[in-house]
Design a protein around this ligand. Structure first.
Ligand code: ZN
Length: 191
């Protein structure tokens, strides 16, 4: 795992684009692709010593970088689908089993298909929930209406800002504020 927190890279319109590591960020500075830093945090990295000046090079990397990258609106249209992994799913549901409501460690959680795939349910954000092993086994291939089990919350598909929050475990305060402002009003990520 990277020792430094990831940097939030924005396109030239200020939309969150992706998480990059500090080496990629230094590369953006070196290629003059950073317009400005919008974050209130920065990290200083030291490079090699210049043979003539004998000075050590130094570069300051901001936590949120407005770059010259072109705008990709596809990520932001309503209904755009972002990668679904167990980790992002469990984080969406706050590490809680959406059936019994208890909190579990990641290794004890599973991906449950509300409408089982064997009955035509899809492997998509709105048909999957976090479930503990016990609840997942108990539910098996049944439909909820056929058994005595209820969902504690309706599964939702994250927008891109929410997905960015879900896909990074170590988000700095200013980055979180930036992303939060682009999440839907009343996003469940903060409830
Ligand atoms: Zn459970």
């Amino acid at each position: 795992m990277n020792v430094y927190p990831l940097i939030l890279k924005l396109d030239k319109a200020g939309n969150p684009l992706k998480w990059i590591d500090y080496e990629a960020a230094i590369n953006l500075y070196a290629k003059d692709l950073v317009i400005t830093s919008l974050g209130d945090k920065s990290m200083v990295f030291h490079g090699g010593v210049n043979a003539i000046s004998h000075r050590r090079s130094k570069i300051e990397v901001g936590s949120i970088l407005l770059t010259t990258a072109r705008v990709n609106n596809r990520k932001w249209v309503a209904g755009a689908v972002h990668p679904l992994t167990n980790r992002t799913l469990f984080r969406r549901d706050g590490m809680l089993c959406l059936y019994c409501g208890d909190s579990f460690a990641e290794r004890n959680l599973t991906r449950d298909h509300v409408v089982p795939t064997s009955r035509g349910g899809s492997d998509s954000w709105t048909n999957v929930v976090t479930a503990c092993v016990r609840c997942n086994n108990r539910k098996g291939n049944s439909l909820l209406e056929d058994i005595d089990m209820k969902l504690q919350a309706v599964p939702f598909a994250p927008n891109y800002a929410e997905w960015m929050v879900l896909s990074n475990r170590r988000i700095m305060g200013d980055q979180m504020q930036f992303l939060k402002a682009r999440c839907p009003k009343g996003s469940r990520l903060w409830s």
